[in-house]
Structures are given as C-alpha cells and as structure tokens.
Design a protein around this ligand. Structure first.
Ligand code: KE4
Length: 435
C-alpha cells in the first residue's frame, strides 16, 4: 500500500490557510481542526464507498463516515439519485410534503417507543427540543446528564461534555450562563448508585435524565449490565422522563437503535446522523401522550425553516431503506468486530495496551490497560499515543476520527479490500507507536 506522505498534502495546507481567513479556526466544527492529533487538517475533495480522497488525490479508508451518517458508504448511487430527483423538484418548500410522513413512517415502524416524531436539522436541535419537551411535560426544570456524554452544543448540556468539547479540553463552554449550567446535575456514566442518590436528593426537581445509551463521545463506552434498566426504574419512581440520545446509535447499532438491543424503553428518543444519510436531518419522538405537548398540538414551541425538507427526507428514506435489507446489521456487525479484533491483535503483538468494543456499525479503540467505564477512565487513556497512531495510520491511508474521545464507524461499503487495508496499516502502526 503506497504510503501517503504527510508532506505531500500541500493543497490541503493551502486550503486550510485560505479557510482560516474567513472561518473561526478554519473549520465549521472544532474537532475537524485536528487540534488533538496535531498538524494541519486534511481537506476532502470527494468520497466514494468506504473511501475519502484528499485535495492532493490521496485515498483513505474512512472510519469517520461523516461521524455516522455514511452508513451505506459515501455517494451511494441510490441515495444520490434520491437527492437529485428531490432537488430537481425544488430544494425546500417551507410547506408540508409527503416525503416527511414517508420517513416518519419508517422511524415509527422501527421504534415502538415512538408514536409521533418531529424532524429537526441537527442532533443539537433534537436534544435541545427533547429537554424543553421534558420540562413542558413534567413542569420541572432540572436535567441529569452524564459526565463525558455529548448531546450537541445545547447551552445547558455543554457542561462536562465529551466529543469535541473534551477533545479541546473545554468540557464547559464560555458563554453558558451559570444559571443555565445550574439546571444540569452531573453524575458519572455507569454509576447507577450515584444516580439513585442524586435523584433522591432532587426528588421532584428533575424533568429528565438524558443519556447516550452507548457513550460514543468519550471513546466507545458501553453501559454496564443493568445500568440503563436502573435509569428506567429511577425515572418511573421519580416521575422524570428518560431521554435516550440515539443521535449516534440510532439505526447505527441496530435497526431503530440501541433501545431495540437493550430492551429499555425511553420516554423521548433523539435521532440524527443516519436518518439523514448525510443531509442535515435529525428528530425527536416519543409516545402520543408526550408528543401531544409539542406545538401545534400543545404549548411546547419548536419550529424550523428547513425541518422536514424534501431533499433531506429523500436522503434519509433512501438510506434507511438500504439499512432495512435482510442481514444488513449482521453484516455490519461482522465488519466492526473484525476491525476491533484486528486492532486488538495488532496492539497485543506490538505490546501495546488497547481496549476495544464494538456494536453494530460502530466500534472503539482506546489506549488503556484497563476497560473504560466512564469519563475519568477515558481521560486517563493515552491520548498522546492515540495522536501518534492517528498520524501513522493517516500516512498509511486510513482516516480515523481525529480524537481519542470518538468512536469509529463502518459502512456496508467497507468490503474485504478496505478492511484488509485498514488491518494491514494497523499491524504496521501499532508496532511503530511502541518503538
Ligand atoms: P449535531 O448537532 O452535531 O448534529 O449532533 C450533536 C450530537 C448529539 N448527540 C450525540 C450522541 C452526538 O454524538 C452528537 C454529535 N456527534 C459529534 C461526533 N461525536 C459530531 C461531530 C462534530 O461535532 O463535528
């Protein structure tokens, strides 16, 4: 496999210089700036299947997948055709169109916890709306969130957040009023006893517990046995709502999402990424009793110029139809597990300590001697070693997420050739990391 020489990314370097003149940090989302892994961000010219191609023409096997949406591979012909055909009839109408119900029916059919679903344009909008809805339903103001979980840049949830916030070492953001942050109660992920104590102390104040059912923004941290079930029983006891933020896990780890795997029914589910197939589409949904509070049915207001846009709906519907094929998730799980196992073997033979996990189309790899159970563990991982590994893999044509606080994403387009390329690079790079 010809190596990609980091010095040859001249067009990316020039493009970054141009971007920094007009965009804060040269990016439209901080994690893309490569701050955690060093060097100048690589610019993508195009993407196809399991690959992305940079401005200098170098090809990379992609394990970012646009942070989840590219589950059927980049530029899948069926998705592209659906987008083009929709766009030819008008990009957005600001009016009702049948494409909204078509995608809504797929989501309602996949998730028994959702009887009504509202489309929005980002995961952040979905979680922000879900919190407001929980406050409207309960008449309460506080939220319980887990340290290291990331739910988008909602003011009250940018407290001890993961993902880009953790990557940049700024889990609490400037500009968030103390009064907003004070409505958020923090507790360690996977610590059900601490949740029990916290909820007992704030018995009637908590509108909702919001959780990533698999924490994918502090690496890949699965729930310990019984954790999610305990959250469900605590919410039932206290009259609080349970919000599953499945923006990342929704239709990524299984048809519907992780709630269909773990058997725990949330009151509100947030979705995004996969359901838009790469277009800005996200959603929140729940039972009729809960969703009847949403305007125009009820008094909880939420709106959006481009919500339910026909082009976004077309991309999401085409993507989910491909995901609904028999054996789709079984095949995706095999790919993820093969990569996770291959990383483990490669690290082990190089004498490197690596923790791996996989579920459906996502997997994680953390440089740690012990399992990662929460954000303290995630912070204790060797992020310097990850940065070295990231750059070695990039130079060998494999694009990992540019942060040790992220999960990795596989698509149905990741064929044997792409997977073998990734594993061959890993065999070389773990060794180089150790030496
Ligand atoms: P967006 O607002 O970025 O569409 O979604 C926010 C969000 C909400 N909930 C979860 C569980 C999420 O993972 C995200 C966004 N994920 C990050 C990657 N871990 C997006 C990448 C980025 O910020 O550039």
């Amino acid at each position: 496999m010809p190596q990609v020489d980091s010095r040859s990314r001249l067009r990316s370097a020039a493009a970054f210089e141009r971007a920094t003149a007009v965009l804060p940090g040269g990016v439209n989302s901080p994690v893309r700036a490569f701050k955690a892994v060093g060097g100048s961000p690589v610019f993508v010219e195009r993407a196809a299947g399991p690959y992305v191609f940079d401005l200098d023409g170098a090809r990379y096997a992609d394990l970012v997948g646009s942070w989840g949406p590219a589950i059927v591979g980049h530029a899948h012909p069926a998705v592209v055709e659906a987008v083009v055909r929709a766009a030819e009839k008008g990009i957005s109408f600001g009016a009702c169109c049948e494409a909204e119900a078509e995608l809504g029916e797929l989501i309602v059919g996949a998730l028994p916890s959702i009887e009504l679903v509202r489309f929005v344009n980002s995961g952040t909008e979905a979680t922000m709306s879900a919190l407001r809805l929980a406050r409207a339903v309960t008449g309460r103001t506080k939220t319980v969130k887990f340290v290291g979980c990331y739910h988008g840049h909602v003011d009250s949830l940018l407290v001890a957040a993961g993902s880009g916030a953790a990557t940049l070492g700024t889990p609490d953001s400037a500009g968030v009023p103390k009064s907003f942050a004070e409505t958020t109660l923090l507790v360690a992920f996977n610590d059900a006893a601490a949740v029990d104590r916290l909820m007992s102390e704030h018995a009637t104040d908590v509108a909702a517990i919001v959780v990533e059912p698999i924490a994918g923004n502090m690496g890949f941290v699965p729930p310990v046995d019984g954790f999610l079930q305990k959250l469900r029983s605590i919410c039932d006891r206290q009259g609080s709502l349970l919000i599953f933020d499945e923006v990342m896990t929704g239709f990524r780890v299984a048809w519907g999402g992780y709630q269909n795997v773990c058997g725990v029914t949330p009151d509100i589910t947030c979705l995004g990424k996969v359901i838009g197939g790469g277009m800005p589409v996200a959603a929140y949904g729940g039972s009729r009793d809960v969703m009847n509070h949403v305007s125009p049915l009820g008094s909880m207001y939420q709106a959006g110029t481009l919500s339910g846009s026909p082009v976004g709906m077309a991309a999401g519907t085409a993507t989910l139809k491909l995901c609904s094929a028999d054996g789709f998730y079984e095949s995706l799980s095999q790919k993820s597990q093969r990569l996770a196992d291959g990383f483990s073997r490669a690290a082990g033979s190089a004498g490197d300590a690596l923790q791996t996990n996989a579920c459906g189309g996502m997997f994680g790899a953390s440089f740690s001697v012990s399992p990662v159970r929460n954000f303290e563990d995630a912070k204790a991982c060797d992020h310097k070693r990850f940065a070295i590994f990231f750059n070695l893999m990039l130079d060998r044509g494999v694009w990992l997420p540019p942060s040790g606080y992220e999960a990795m994403f596989v698509s149905s387009a990741h064929d044997d050739e792409a997977i073998e390329l990734i594993l061959e690079a890993a065999n070389h790079c773990f060794g180089e990391v150790v030496s």
